[in-house]
Design a protein around this ligand. Sequence first.
Ligand code: NAG
Ligand code: NAG
Length: 185
Amino acid sequence: MCFLFIISAFLVFFCENCETAACSCAQCSLELLEDNCTEIIGHIIISLESQMPPYEMIEYKLENMQKLTGCLTIANSGFTNLSFLQNLEIVEYSEIGAAASCRTYANTITIAKNALLRDVSALKNLKILNSGENTEYGLYLVDNPSLCLEEEELEAFLRFDKFYAPHFRICHENLLNSGFFCFFA
Ligand SMILES: *[C@@H]1O[C@H](CO)[C@@H](O)[C@H](O)[C@H]1NC(C)=O
Ligand SMILES: *[C@@H]1O[C@H](CO)[C@@H](O)[C@H](O)[C@H]1NC(C)=O
């Protein structure tokens, strides 16, 4: 009995190791990224739909990512939500190696000019956002006209160093007190 328990404990230990994969991805071309990466080192850039692989591939390649060492840029996308980032817990800004282009954008996470984006709740699992000294902003949330933030999302984001969102709307805010509201289809 005890023996069996020890074996199963070992299996769990080994399996955790198997599932962990740190993958390097220069200016991350998702087609070339290995599968099942839990850590990605590099600069993930998601932009115009016409220049991106199909959504299913983006989701498949990124949905296991728990840690990003580098930076993330989502600009001019057609996304309504960021559900493919729902496991992301840690983002550490880095310009080393594959992530050299992070310097160009100067933010750790840039989410800008996404006309249809209305829900960033996938980022609620983000616990650590380390931006270091070389960045302009940590989480840069600009020009996403359909977006509103839940109060608890805003609270979480405000805890991040260098959070920047000059104009944002709060979802479901008391209509008597405010002209801000937004609709979910
Ligand atoms: C990725 O994970 C899936 C499901 O767990 C598995 O079937 C597949 O073999 C894995 N791929 C790699 C390259 O590890
Ligand atoms: C999130 O976006 C994806 C891709 O556009 C979509 O398939 C999915 O239904 C969306 N989820 C929600 C909850 O809106």
